[in-house]
Design a binder for this molecule. Structure first.
Ligand SMILES: C[S@@+](CC[C@H](N)C(=O)[O-])C[C@H]1O[C@@H](n2cnc3c(N)ncnc32)[C@H](O)[C@@H]1O
Length: 291
């Protein structure tokens, strides 16, 4: 059959048994839990990739992923289709406003030897990382300290990290950026695309990290850990486990920011919740260092 024939061919519905196999595989490898109500989401995401590879049987594709050596490589691509990657610049205005005030208040402690160290966990295509970098630059500029920060973005998806590293965006994706940010931090590439300026890219780095494997991540003490719109895809016990690992990687006095409602009624003995501000944030109490 021709390639266009494959693209048009309708794939059959997933059986209950196939749904459970795929659901368990996704959860064991990424932590993402797909409820019965979201079966059609899982099916359509899989279909997208199966069509590209000319598979028309969920079981055969599953066997390929599990048993074939090439399945390991394919998984890297497939995970990109199975994860929700929606993001945008300055997505949560209240959270970014709080981060800016947090940085300004603590600017005295940052210098070239001890730069402000920010980690965006589940950073998708980089908008969150570049927003944090631009915001840090703006917050530190009045103190002559634009060289004293760095932002690391991590995600499970290699293709999305490659996009993030490029820092190329359609101008439409910048619609909620102020004129100031647009003028100072982007250069035009063509009629539609703009690129993050080198001075900001230079302050960022991206790496693949699966949050199910945070125990393998060095306990570098970050000043800010920003983890939004990721925990919602996990079961509560897993969210708790991930947050506990993040707390171990937060410096005393550091800020942990998660999405509103992503972890209701959660307390940690080393953290104090930030009240007001319409955000879900915690400050790590002084005297707790994890080495
Ligand atoms: C909805 S996006 C959120 C992006 C950004 N944080 C924001 O709020 O705009 C969720 C991201 O989490 C990533 N992700 C999903 N499971 C993950 C895992 N187990 N480890 C690390 N990243 C994961 C996805 O690839 C996706 O890029």
């Amino acid at each position: 059959m021709s390639a266009s024939g494959w693209a048009l061919k309708p794939l059959p519905d997933m059986s209950e048994q196939q749904f459970l196999l795929w659901r368990d595989l996704l959860e064991s490898r990424t932590g993402i839990f797909v409820s019965e109500q979201r079966k059609s989401y899982l099916q359509s995401s899989l279909m997208q990739r199966m069509r590209e590879l000319h598979y028309d049987d969920y079981q055969a594709f599953y066997d390929y992923i599990i048993n074939s050596p090439l399945g390991k490589i394919e998984w890297l691509q497939l995970v990109d289709c199975l994860t929700v990657q929606e993001t945008r610049f300055f997505r949560d205005a209240a959270a970014f406003k709080y981060v800016a005030s947090f940085i300004r208040e603590r600017q005295l402690q940052f210098n070239k030897k001890n730069p402000l160290d920010i980690w965006s966990v589940g950073c998708s295509s980089g908008e969150e990382v570049y927003s944090l970098a631009m915001l840090s630059q703006e917050a530190l500029k009045p103190f002559g300290k634009i060289d004293t920060y760095m932002v690391t973005g991590t995600d499970i998806s290699v293709p999305v990290l490659n996009k993030a590293r490029l820092g190329l965006y359609s101008q439409r994706r910048l619609s909620n950026l102020s004129e100031h940010y647009f003028k100072n931090y982007f250069t035009r590439v063509d009629a539609d695309q703009v690129e993050v300026v080198a001075g900001i890219k230079y302050k960022t780095c991206f790496a693949q990290v699966n949050v199910l494997q945070l125990d393998k991540v060095a306990k570098t003490q970050r000043h800010i850990i920003y983890c939004q719109n990721l925990l919602i895809y996990f079961r509560r016990w897993r969210r708790e486990e991930i947050l506990n690992h993040l707390v171990e990687r937060l410096s005393p006095g550091g800020l942990l920011l998660i999405g509103m409602g992503e972890m209701v009624d959660w307390h940690h003995s080393q953290l104090e919740q930030v009240k007001g501000h319409q955000i879900t944030a915690y400050i790590k109490r002084a005297g707790h260092k994890n080495n």
